[in-house]
Design a protein around this ligand. Structure first.
Ligand SMILES: NC(=O)c1ccc[n+]([C@@H]2O[C@H](COP(=O)([O-])OP(=O)(O)OC[C@H]3O[C@@H](n4cnc5c(N)ncnc54)[C@H](O)[C@@H]3O)[C@@H](O)[C@H]2O)c1
Ligand SMILES: O=C(O)C(=O)C[C@@H](O)[C@H](O)[C@H](O)COP(=O)(O)O
Ligand SMILES: [Zn+2]
Length: 367
C-alpha cells in the first residue's frame, strides 16, 4: 500500500492507495465513523458495482450504510443536486463531527465535498474515489464545487476531506473511456512538473490503462504525491503554485462549456485537448519548440485521447471559446493568467496573454 500524507496545518490527512481497501472499510476509517449508521453518497453506476461490497464491509463491523444515489454525470453538480443532497443529509441527522462518505468519481466528490463544506457550516467527509481521475486528482486537495450556468465549478469552497481511500480494485469496473479521461490528468503531472514521470508514462501508459497493478499503483501514487506537494504549498491557490494544476483547464473548461457539460466531452478529454492547446500556444509564443508541443500531443494521442478540437465539430469561433474563459476563476483585475510551458515538466503562469490573441490561435486550431 502507498500512503501519502497531505500536510496542512491542523488538517493533515492521508491518501491510502491499494487494492482491496473497501473490504476493510470500517477499520480503514477507524474513529472517523463514530456512529452505527454511515451516510454514503454515490451515483447509479457506482452503486451497481460497489454498493453491495461496501454495505457488506460495513455490516461486518456492525455498521449500516444509508445511501443517497444520484444520476450519473455532470448534471449532479447543480443547485438542484446540492439542495437534494443537503436535505437528505439533514434528514439523516448528520452532525458537524460526523463523516459523510463520497463513493464515486469527481462529480460525487465535488458535490459531496461542497455539501459537507456548507452543512451546519462544515461537517467531515471521506473520499472513496472510484475513477482514475478522482484517485489521482479530484479526491485530493479540497476543491469542492457545483457548476453555474455561466461555467464550471463557479460555486464552491475549499474543504479538505479527513481521509482518502483510493481502492484500485474499483477501477476494474470503470469503462475504458473513463480510464483514458482520468489518464489525461495523470499526464498533466508529468507535463507540468516532472519530465521523468512524463518519460515513464511513455513506456508504461498502456499498462496503467490495462490496470496492471504495479504500474497503476505507481502512476496513482506519483500523481497524488505531486498534488499533495502542491496543495501543501498553496492550499487556496493564492501564490500561483496551485494554479499550475490548472494546466489545460482554461481551454478545457471553455470546451466543456461549449459542449454543454455533456458526454460529448468528458472533463479529462477537455483537459487532454486543453493541454495540447496550451503546448501549441506555448510553441506559438516561442516558449517551447514545435517538437516539444508535438511530444505532448503524441503522449495524449498514444492512448486514444483527442488532440484536435476540429474533431468536436463545434458550432463556434475562437472568440466564443475565449468568451467562456472570462468566467475563469484565475481572472485577476481583468486579465486572465494562462498556464503555459517553458518545457516538458516546466509549467508557469503567464500574465501577459491577450484573449484576442488566444481567440485568433483558436480560430487557426478550429480551422
Ligand atoms: N476537485 C478537484 O480538484 C477536481 C479535479 C479534477 C476534476 N474535478 C471534477 O471531477 C469531475 C469529473 O470526474 P470523473 O471523471 O471522475 O467523472 P464522474 O464522477 O462523472 O465519473 C465518470 C463516470 O464513471 C462512472 N463511474 C465512476 N466510478 C465507476 C466505477 N468504479 N465503475 C463503473 N463506473 C464508474 C460514473 O457513474 C460516471 O458515469 C468534473 O466535474 C471535474 O470538474 C475536480
Ligand atoms: O486541484 C486543483 O487545483 C486543480 O486545478 C485540479 C483540476 O484538475 C480540477 O479540474 C479543478 O477542479 C479545476 O479547478 P478550477 O479552480 O479551475 O475549477
Ligand atoms: Zn481537472
Amino acid at each position: 500500500m502507498a500512503v501519502i500524507p497531505v500536510e496542512l496545518a491542523g488538517r493533515s490527512y492521508e491518501v491510502r492507495i491499494a487494492r482491496g481497501l473497501l473490504d476493510n472499510l470500517a477499520s480503514e476509517c477507524g474513529e472517523l465513523l463514530r456512529k452505527d449508521r454511515v451516510p454514503i453518497v454515490t451515483d447509479v453506476n457506482v452503486a451497481r458495482h460497489w454498493r453491495e461490497p461496501v454495505e457488506s464491509a460495513l455490516a461486518r463491523a456492525d455498521k449500516e450504510a444509508v445511501w443517497h444515489v444520484v444520476d450519473p454525470g455532470e448534471g449532479a453538480k447543480s443547485w438542484q443536486g446540492l439542495e437534494r443532497l443537503i436535505d437528505w443529509l439533514l434528514e439523516q441527522g448528520v452532525e458537524r463531527g460526523d463523516h459523510v462518505i463520497a463513493l464515486g468519481g469527481g462529480v460525487i466528490g465535488d458535490l459531496t465535498g461542497f455539501a459537507c463544506a456548507v452543512l451546519k457550516r462544515g461537517c467531515g467527509f471521506i473520499q472513496l474515489p472510484t475513477t482514475l481521475l478522482a484517485q489521482v486528482d479530484s479526491s485530493v486537495g479540497g476543491k469542492t464545487a457545483i457548476n453555474a450556468g455561466a461555467g464550471k465549478n463557479l460555486i464552491g469552497a475549499f474543504h479538505q476531506p479527513s481521509l482518502v481511500l483510493a481502492d484500485l480494485t474499483t477501477l476494474d469496473t470503470l469503462p475504458d473511456r473513463e480510464m483514458r479521461a482520468g489518464y489525461a490528468e495523470v499526464i498533466k503531472y508529468g507535463v507540468l512538473g516532472d519530465s521523468a514521470f512524463f518519460d515513464w508514462l511513455a513506456g508504461h501508459g498502456k499498462s496503467v490503462l490495462a490496470r496492471e497493478s504495479e504500474a497503476l499503483e505507481h502512476a496513482v501514487a506519483t500523481s497524488v504525491a505531486a498534488k499533495a506537494r502542491i496543495v501543501a504549498e498553496d492550499e487556496r491557490e493564492t501564490s500561483g503554485t496551485r494554479a499550475l494544476l490548472n494546466l489545460g483547464h482554461t481551454f478545457g473548461h471553455a470546451l466543456e462549456a461549449e459542449t454543454g457539460f455533456s458526454d460529448r466531452l468528458l472533463h479529462g478529454e477537455g483537459v487532454a485537448l486543453g493541454m495540447v492547446l496550451a503546448a501549441r500556444y506555448s510553441a506559438r509564443r516561442n516558449l517551447i519548440s514545435d517538437s516539444d508541443a508535438d511530444r505532448v500531443a503524441g503522449a495524449i494521442a498514444a492512448v486514444g485521447l483527442p488532440t484536435e478540437i476540429r474533431t468536436l465539430d463545434l458550432d463556434c469561433d475562437g472568440r466564443k471559446l475565449a468568451d467562456h474563459m472570462l468566467h475563469d476563476k484565475k481572472m485577476d483585475g481583468g486579465t486572465l493568467p494562462f498556464i503555459l510551458l517553458r518545457g516538458i515538466g516546466d509549467a508557469f503562469m503567464a500574465r501577459d496573454v491577450e484573449l484576442a490573441d488566444v481567440a485568433e490561435f483558436l480560430d487557426e486550431q478550429l480551422g
